[in-house]
Design a protein around this ligand. Sequence first.
Ligand code: PMP
Length: 402
Amino acid sequence: MTDTKTPETAAPTTTTPETATPTTATPETARDPLNGLVRPELLALADYNAGVSLEKMRAELGLDRVVKLDSNENPLSCSPAVGPAMQAVQDRIFRYPDREELRLRAALSRDLGVGPDRLAFTAGSEDLVSILFRMVLRPGDTVLTAVPAFGLYEICAQHASAHTQKVPFNTDWSFPVDALIAALADRPRVLVICSPCNPVGAAITLDDLDRLLRAASADTLVVLDEAYVEFMDDATRGQHFERLKAHDGPWMALRTFSKAYGLAGLRIGYGIAHHPALAAAVYKVRSPFNVSATALAGAEAAYGDQDHVAATRDFVAGERDRVAAALRAMGLDPAPSQGNFLFFDCRRPARAVADRLRAQGVLIKPWHEADYRTCARVTIGRAEDNDTFLATLKRVLAEDAL
Ligand code: PMP
């Protein structure tokens, strides 16, 4: 994560506006390197909690092996077809990328059963959240979602001077559909349904999704964040999208190549819109070439290797069951998960548990939202990494001075 601290030591001369004469510079303006330019509500935002850099951790702990289970990446990496595909575009790298994303668009359009003009590609799906929110939110608007939630929804709402209404998950980790339906009566500008939900892991039932869709007015954009859809079991995978397709009101489904496709470092995701006009609006707001030629080539190759996606899904499902059983045996019931991660209650401040794990080279994500600060999310990693996590957690909990 970048250090956003104000450089207290910045020399006053570097903060003087070009047009100001030296005599008009006051000590006050000299102290603020931004000269009040940035909207104060943005400066007040919390930093996005992006997980810890592996390199930094290795250096900090002096360890060769760091077990990184805090960012929901693919433990099997990406398809072997990705490297050569990216290599193959190197001799064309002086040209701008294909802004129409023609080949990937055609493949997805065919498989999803929507016109190619209903797809919009972005630099990861977080980019799409940011673009969508900037597109539709007016100051004072509301984004409605369930909590605990992916932190970016709130941050992007704040960028647009909108506020986030968070409805707590039910105690059995089912989606709080009744409360969400009640809140939909106020016609929030956006409803975000994240399914499988980061961090909980639970997927919304099809009936619950239908109920929410029926309750949403045409003034509410329904965003179905399906970053983890490829990890879902065969019985339900893809069905939520089919229900959404039948919904009359405005909607967008969000997908990414960062998770099951193993391309988090490449930055490419996409949205599927209810209508071409919504996809076209994304292209008006998006920076024109934000999906690089390499990302496009890598994503095409990864999408072409569905065997790798299936192998990832099977591997993750098996390890997820194993880790969940081990957590249960420690008395830490994880929520039911269809993602590549588990969310569990440590029954003590999760930050303290995560700090102790971190000191031993194991990274997990303690949750920071009020009412969930005893909970943590752990990514399903390779078998040996999961073993290390479980053994270290057991030791840490036995210390019990937390
Ligand atoms: N949505 C959810 C629910 C996520 O968990 C993430 C990443 N953690 C994203 C969107 C964004 O992923 P990316 O920008 O890498 O596509």
